[in-house]
Structures are given as C-alpha cells and as structure tokens.
Design a binder for this molecule. Structure first.
Ligand code: PRX
Length: 668
C-alpha cells in the first residue's frame, strides 16, 4: 500500500490498496472491555444527538445542561448549553474520595528518576499552581501561553489554569522562539509559562533561551513569564536579568503551601484551551476547544475506545504539546481516574529498549503511539522488545495511516498476538477520535481505521461535493456531516477563517439549516465495501511529518525570508519512517550561486521560524518552478518528482517542459 495520493486536475483521488484480512479481538480482551454491547451504535443513530448525554453523564457537572445541542447557528454549534463544570475538578477533585493515594501521573525523567504523583498530591499541586496564576494576575478568560516540555509542571499548569477558568495555549516545546512569539501575540497572553531546560538524549537543553528570544520577537509584551526549574534550583547555565519579566514558580509557591483554590464553574461553552495547528493558508490557527463538550467527548472516548479503567497504568508516548497529549494523556485519562504515564526523553536513550524497559517496570496495560514510532521500532528489530517482560492488552495508533506491515509487526512483536490494536483517526480540530473501532465490538483490519465512533457521520464526497455512495470502495474527500461534542468551536479570533478552512468547500454557507453544513477534514479516504474506513492522508497543502502537521505555506514563507531566495515551493516526499518529509524547491535571485551556504540558510530559516522537527529532507536549486498560466505553482508535480513518480497532468502549465527540467536537475 502507498499513502501517496494525487488530486489530478479533474480531482480524481486515487488509492492503491490491497485487501486485508480481519483479526478478532482476543476473548480475554472482550471479557473485560468497557463496551461489549453493540446496541451503542443503534442507540446513537436512533437517538442522535440526545444519546450524547451518555458521554456528558460520565462527568460531574456543577449544573446540569438544559439542551444537548443548540444547532440554531451553524457552524457555531453549542453543546450541553446551560451546563456548568470545571475541567480540573473532573481530572482531580472528584477522584479524591475513592483514590487519593493512587498514582495519577507517573513521570519518568530521561535519567531514570521516577515521580509518582498521587491524586492527593496532584490536587495539592494544581491548587497551589492555580494560586500562583492568581498571584501574577491571571483572571478568568485570560489565555495563558505555555511552552513546556514533558515534565509534571505541564499538566499541573494546564489543570491549574483550567481551575481558575483561564484557557491555556500550550506550544510544543520543540517549536522555535519565532513560533512561540507568534502564538503569544495571537492569543494576546500576558502570562507565559516555561522552564529553564530539560533533558534530551542525555543533554540539558537550555529552553529559557527560546523564551528570551520570543520576548524580543513578540509584538506584544507579556508581563510575566513564570519559570519552572527542571531540578531543585535554576540550572547553572541559565540566568535571569533583573529587568526580565521572569518569575520563578518555586518562589511564588513558597507562600502558597497547602492553599486551596475553588474550581470556577465554567459554562459548558466557555473555552478550555487553544491548540495552534497548521492550515492551508497563512499563520497557524488557534483551534479553540470548549469545556463541556470537549471533556465529555475525551472522557467517553478514553473509556470506550482506549478502554481505560481506573486500575490501569496507561501510557501514551505522544507529547502533551500536541492534541493527542491534551486529550489522551491529560484530560481523558485523568478524568477517568487512571494512572497516566509521562516520559521526558528520547525513546532510544540510553538504549533502544528504553520504552519496553519502562513498560515492564511499571506494568503498563495500555500503550498508545504513532505509526512513525512503530516503523522505527521495526527498524530497530524485534530482538529489542523481546528482551523485556511487558504485557499490553490494548495498543493504540494515531496520527497517520498505518501500513499493514507495520500493523502486523506491532500486533505480533509488541502485542504478543493477544492485544487489540486500535487505529484512531482524528485531528486537532476534532478534539477526540472520530473514526476508530470500539475494540471489543469490531474485528481489526490492518490499515483501516475502522468504523465511525457512535454518533459520528462520515461521508465521502467527490471534488464537486457530490456524495459517493457509501461502502463502494471509492476514494474521495472525507467529510463529517453532523456536529459532535468534541469539535472545535472556532479558530480563535477568526470566525471567517473557521468557516473558510473547514466548511466553505462543501457547505451552503448562506443557510442556517445544519443539514447544509458539512465539515471538510482535508483528508482523502475510502469507505470500503465492508464498511471500514481507510484514511489515505491529507489532500490539501498540509503535510504530516512523523505525525506532526506542517503547512506548506508556513515552510514556504520561512524560506522566502532568506535574502538570496527568489521563490520556494514545498513538496512532500514519502518517507519509509516519517511518513512524509518536506522537499524544498528553490529558485535563486539573479547572480546568486547555489551552494552549501544558501542551503544552510534555507534550512536555518525553517528551524528558526518553525523548529528543528520541520527540517527538510532536501533543498533543490532549480531554474524555474512549474506554474500554471495564471502563475500558480503546481506543487503536485513537484510531489511527483520528489517521489520519483510519473508526472501528472502538465497541460495547464505555462511551460510544460519545466517539470522534466527539474527532474533532471534533481537527479544530477
Ligand atoms: O491526515 C490525518 C492524520 O493526521 C491529521 C491530523 O493531524 P493533527 O491535527 O496533527 O492530529 C494528529 C493527532 C490526532 C489528519 O487529518 N491522521 C490522524 N490520525 C490518523 C491519520 N491518518 C490516518 N490514520 C489515522 N489514524
């Protein structure tokens, strides 16, 4: 199977797929699963949207809702209106009577230090941190930007902000100073949270450096930067100038010992957080998530899809800086009162068995990772996991399509043939899983994400917006035709962009009938004849690099800032490990010689604007870029070149010989 897809000028989306066999969920799994009654699918179909009350009832509301769904103003849907609740109360307070001594967060530092934070400790630390936020002036509805790595201070800060009704906006620690500055500006944050540093592959990374630079680059002027320290004291290489806005968290905490801060009852529709993500145009957008619908959705999917029980040790190896970590390390698992594992460092430090060693040590029951990671484990070889004695009952994948070979390897060598594999398709915008199996109810099929979550109505449209008959095995645009509680509320501060990015393509935007509004996922998919959904990958100018989303536009505008560059275009190259990696095609200004120096500056610009994780595979210097008569760059032809494939339709090009010239230049 290949993930590579093309949207030809006629808009046909091809897929080259081979049929796969089915695997039954093991009886031991089914015997203990949280959902074993298949009537759940019918219940949601017959009783939509009221059935979503089942999700909301998994939470403890301060006030019950009046209405499940208010769809009077599409696409601005409102969920559980009239209800009030606090997210930190769901994740912390409500577990105290039954399991205050149980570990809530099990953190392991890269050096091997373990910290077990029991629910009681988590309660104390979240309350104290909430008091710190209040002390530095954070009020309800102020957005707190965080730029934190995988240390306990991150979930504690998120929950503390949620406690006082301040939405958080966590920026993945791998993002550059510029990316952080842009997000601080867009969110208008007065308070930022960061740390002096953290460990990666044995080295201490100075992280404050990025905040220092972000403060210079930001247009706004945050009043306070709360600085955690990785160890008990500020690292010797890191210092604070007296006129800096930095405040040591530990110092403010000193007189906050044991204080309690009442959780603020938030309206169900009050925002809980922003998560910035790449889109097809312009700057990253702040995906805004609500409190009630989001919490209900991630709690229910954690229970029904991830099959989490309070007694479990659950480990999602994603970074909390992405949506997967928000929904399925922090909010969902903690809301269910389980033990959630967090690991600070690299999976191959100090050796390639690190993850399995931890899985054995902590007796992890459920393990959740990405296909990119599975491909890496495969490359390292099955001898590595074989050395450890771990026993998972449930394995999840997320972020990219998983090739059947990788699926089978994961099933056999990590699952030992007796764990379920649950492929979960969703997005930053969807808040939680949309297409995935309820694992005890459906057979597994390698390479297919499975069926829709109860209540979710996917469909496949052709490029003209006509629905392709269900279960006919044809590829097309994946859309969701009904709203769901976990969906984004809007793009922060930009309702127009929300409509443009997700709805305009396939909706009648002048209508106020929700039937006329269709959510465009941006992915290609096939609804197979047996009813399974198979996801093909992005159809728009968004790339999925090792499970991280990158917009071609962002990469291109970073490169355009290099002075010698005339024009740049980015194409995704299929990569056996990372899924896709960016190739950059560059034309240079007159008189500039292509060479290492320009190449380094191009790569440097991407690292500075976005982060090192976005580093391109290749920078190709070419004479001309393929353009249509109207001057539009045809990236899909570059994609064909990068992937060594036959060129697609070139008839609309101003100069049809350009792609072959480029191919020659690239192959030289
Ligand atoms: O292309 C799809 C892919 O990841 C995109 C969403 O990326 P992001 O918002 O960063 O969220 C990642 C974690 C939810 C989707 O549009 N994707 C995600 N999960 C899968 C997937 N592709 C195939 N199979 C999946 N299970």
């Amino acid at each position: 199977m290949t993930n590579h897809h093309t949207t030809g000028d006629g808009g046909s989306i091809e897929s080259r797929l081979t049929e796969q066999e089915y695997f039954r969920p093991p009886p031991e799994f089914v015997g203990q699963a949280n959902v074993t009654d298949s009537s759940i699918y019918d219940r949601f179909e017959e009783n939509w949207p009221a059935a979503y009350e089942e999700f909301a009832e998994l939470l403890d509301w301060a006030e019950r809702w009046d209405q499940v769904l208010d769809d009077s103003n599409p696409p601005f849907y409102e969920w559980f209106t009239g209800g009030k609740l606090n997210a930190s109360y769901q994740a912390v307070d409500r577990h105290l009577p039954e399991r205050k001594d149980q570990t809530a967060i099990l953190w392991e530092g890269e050096h091997g230090t373990t910290e077990r934070i029991a629910y009681q400790d988590l309660y104390r630390r979240v309350n104290e941190m909430a008091a710190v936020f209040r002390e530095v002036g954070v009020a309800e509805d102020d957005i707190v930007t965080m730029h934190m790595p995988m240390v306990p201070g991150l979930p504690i800060s998120m929950l503390a902000a949620a406690r006082i009704g301040a939405p958080h906006s966590e920026v993945f620690a791998g993002f550059s100073a510029q990316a952080l500055a842009d997000r601080i500006d867009d969110a208008g944050s007065d308070v930022v949270v960061t740390i002096d540093g953290y460990y990666r592959r044995g080295e201490f990374l100075d992280h404050k450096e990025k905040a220092d630079k972000a403060l210079e680059l930001a247009e706004s002027d945050p009043e306070t930067v709360l600085l955690f320290t990785r160890e008990d004291e500020l690292h010797e290489d890191v210092s604070i100038d007296s006129d800096d806005p930095y405040v040591l968290v530990d110092e403010v905490l000193q007189d906050k010992q044991g204080v309690s801060v009442e959780p603020v009852a938030r309206d169900a529709e009050d925002p809980l957080f922003l998560m910035y993500t790449s889109g097809t145009t312009g700057q990253p957008k702040g995906t805004q998530h609500r409190t009630g619908g989001y919490m209900a959705y991630v709690t229910a999917t954690s229970k029904y899809v991830l099959d989490i029980e309070p007694a479990d040790t659950y480990w999602c190896s994603a970074d909390i800086g992405w949506i997967t970590g928000h929904s399925y390390i922090v909010y969902g698992p903690l809301s269910l009162g389980t033990t959630t594992v967090m690991y600070e460092g690299a999976p191959d430090f100090p050796h390639k068995g690190r993850l399995w060693e931890m899985a054995e040590k902590y007796d992890v029951d459920i393990f959740h990772t990405s296909p990119t990671a599975v491909r890496m484990f495969m490359k390292w070889g099955e001898e590595i996991p074989r050395q450890y004695d771990f026993d998972f009952r449930h394995l999840t994948t997320v972020g990219e399509p998983i090739q059947p070979e990788a699926w089978l390897w994961y099933y056999e060598h990590i699952g030992g043939g007796d764990a379920v594999i649950v492929d979960t398709w969703w997005q930053t915008e969807t808040g939680g899983h949309l297409i995935t199996n309820l694992p005890a109810l459906k057979d597994m099929k390698p390479g297919s994400a499975g069926f829709a979550v109860p209540g979710i109505e996917p469909a496949i449209l052709d490029d003209q917006g006509n629905e392709i008959d269900p279960a006919t095995g044809q590829a097309g645009n994946l859309v969701i035709t009904k709203p769901w509680p976990g969906m984004l509320q809007t793009v922060y501060g930009n309702d127009e962009r929300f409509i443009d990015e997700y709805w305009r393509a396939f909706s009648d935007t002048s209508s106020d009938d929700p039937e006329d509004w269709v959510y465009r996922a941006g992915d290609g998919a096939v609804h197979e004849r047996d009813g399974y959904w198979r996801i093909l990958g992005r159809l728009d100018d968004v790339m999925n690099v090792a499970g991280h989303r990158l917009g071609t536009m962002e990469l291109e505008s970073a490169v355009a800032e290099v002075s010698d560059v005339a024009e740049a275009a980015v194409a995704g190259r299929d990569d056996p490990e990372k899924g896709t990696v960016p190739d950059i095609y560059v034309t240079l200004r007159e008189g500039v010689d292509p060479g290492e120096d320009v190449r380094d500056r191009v790569v440097g610009a991407i690292e500075a604007e976005i982060g090192t994780f976005a580093r391109p595979a290749n920078v190709w210097f070419v004479d001309e870029l393929p353009k249509t008569r109207s001057g539009k760059i045809m990236r899909r032809l570059l994609e064909d070149i990068s992937n060594d494939e036959q060129l697609g339709n070139t008839t609309t090009l101003r100069d049809p010989s350009v792609p072959e010239d480029i191919r020659r230049q690239v192959q030289d």
